[in-house]
Design a protein. Structure first.
Length: 494
């Protein structure tokens, strides 16, 4: 959700009647408070996590991740089974990926979505079976395509006409057949931040379904004629014609992804309807039966009290009903369906622990012109471990973790230690009046798009990822970066 600018306090944030409470919209059952009020993760007290691994620290609950992965898979399988259709659930690794996480996803029966050669390298190192991996990206290099084909990935999702041509050439050179899905643009503007909405026309992803866009690919008239494509066709139709004409491509079907952190079902339904209808037209046009369709991910999670996430069963049931009714309407058998949830599996599984440093009050004017005090609480991380507030104006919640947050609560802003005034971790929150340097804060729902987007800005070393599971000691699955790691690439006065 976009924050409200220049506001003392947004309406959605209310004074906490019970500041120790962990809202189930934001906090999964792995996170709880012990009898003294200290936060625990899968039964381990945060003070012991901090003692062993320091702060900032990403804590990632293996128990929650596995439970959510299994739940999403079961929900989609059951919902589509009711309509006689089969489903694959791909975990979108871009949201959070380590070799351990890739294996957990595989063990829970999910396939794995990768978005670059690097993510693919990680999946390969984890030993994920090639057939269960998808490779995405709007600008795959020849080397990335060759690596994916050599490893035998289950699908490459092609994003443009030049990419279809490149995949065909590389596959021919390698003497293999490339399984390809075409990413298309259903023209739905999802209600989310512009930078994570990905299905309207004026952005970089996908291939247009709009008639008359085929010419935009810049192929010669002779080339179009040879493929049987006219100027009235859509760009995606040209891509499909090219893929079908190549002996080195096995065109599996179509893919779309309308964006991320979306709560309403409407956008998903419209996109499904458009893409299924278009696939039916393609089938008729080229006298083929494309067997698969992938409707992407993007299901929203709870970051703060203002969010209203829906359960996986509800999402799956709605999508299955929409897909079934569109297929009935156009007279097509339901194809094999795939989905790519990322954030909704990894996001609620992780939290970040920070240590409080300096605390400073500033005087501000509220919306009525009255003078107010805002308390700035600085922590030992910031935009280098969580760039989402800066990138997307994202709101987060926070709680005092090392002890019970009792007594009077003050409106506060949690900020990082970077050399940027925009380095805000939590824009609006209540924290105890007696908060002091050395206290530990926990920020929930940081499992997705935090660790994977972290940087060394201001030469801060990146935090470790500590995994927890019920009944098992906590252990680092990614160790803390050292200054030596960080400086190792600097070649000095050469
Ligand atoms: N699939 C594709 C193609 C994406 O680009 C993304 C995210 O941007 C996802 C899946 C995962 O989205 P989310 O993490 O919101 O579920």
């Amino acid at each position: 959700m976009a924050h409200q600018v220049a506001l003392y306090k947004p309406e959605w944030l209310t004074y906490p009647q019970n500041p120790a409470e962990l809202s189930p919209v934001i906090w999964m059952p792995s996170f709880a408070r012990d009898a003294q009020g200290e936060l625990t993760v899968d039964g381990t007290a945060v003070s012991s996590l901090v003692e062993e691994f320091g702060t900032p620290q990403y804590v990632f609950s293996e128990s929650t991740f596995r439970a959510r992965a299994a739940e999403f898979r079961a929900a989609f399988e059951q919902a589509f089974e009711a309509h006689g259709a089969e489903v694959s659930v791909y975990y979108a690794g871009k949201s959070f990926l380590t070799t351990a996480v890739a294996k957990w996803a595989e063990e829970e029966g999910l396939c794995l979505d990768t978005a670059s050669g690097g993510e693919l390298a990680l999946a390969m190192r984890a030993g994920v079976a090639g057939g269960k991996i998808a490779l995405h990206g709007n600008n795959k290099s020849e080397a990335e395509i060759a690596r994916a084909l050599t490893y035998g990935v289950g699908r490459l999702v092609a994003d443009s006409v030049p990419e279809v041509q490149l995949i065909a050439r590389v596959a021919t050179e390698l003497g293999v057949t490339a399984p390809v899905m075409l990413r298309v643009t259903p023209g739905v503007h999802a209600s989310t931040h512009d930078f994570i909405a990905t299905a309207h026309e004026d952005q970089k992803f996908g291939q247009s379904l709009v008639p008359g866009t085929a010419a935009l690919a810049g192929l010669s008239q002779a080339e179009l004629d040879q493929l049987g494509v006219t100027a009235d066709d859509a760009y995606a139709t040209l891509a499909a014609a090219l893929a079908l004409a190549s002996e080195s491509i096995d065109l599996r079907g179509l893919h779309c992804h309308i964006g991320s952190q979306i709560f309403e079902a409407e956008g998903f339904g419209k996109a499904a309807e458009k893409v299924l209808t278009y696939m039916h037209q393609l089938n008729e046009r080229f006298d083929v039966v494309l067997p698969e369709i992938d409707l992407g991910g993007g299901y929203g999670i709870g970051y703060t009290e203002q969010d209203t996430p829906r359960g996986s069963a509800e999402i799956a049931r709605e999508l299955a009903a929409m897909v079934a009714s569109t297929c009935r309407a156009v007279g097509m058998a339901i194809p094999h369906l795939s989905f790519e949830p990322g954030r909704s599996i990894s996001g609620p599984s992780g939290i970040t622990l920070y240590t409080v440093g300096t605390i400073k009050n500033v005087s501000i004017e509220d919306e009525n012109g009255d003078t107010r005090v805002r308390r700035y609480v600085s922590v030992d991380g910031g935009m280098s471990d969580n760039p989402r507030p800066v990138l997307y104006e994202s709101d987060y919640a926070v709680t005092l973790a090392n002890r019970a947050p009792a007594g009077e609560q003050l409106l506060s802003r949690v900020v990082g230690k970077h050399c940027e005034s925009g380095d805000i971790v939590i824009r609006y929150c209540y924290l105890p009046a007696d908060l002091t340097a050395g206290d530990v804060l926990a920020v929930p729902a940081t499992g997705a798009y935090n660790h994977v987007m972290s940087s060394n800005y201001n030469y801060l070393t990146r935090p470790p990822v500590v995994a927890t599971s019920q009944g098992k000691p906590a252990r680092a699955i990614v160790r803390r970066e050292t200054e030596e790691d960080m400086l190792a690439r600097d070649l000095g006065l050469v």
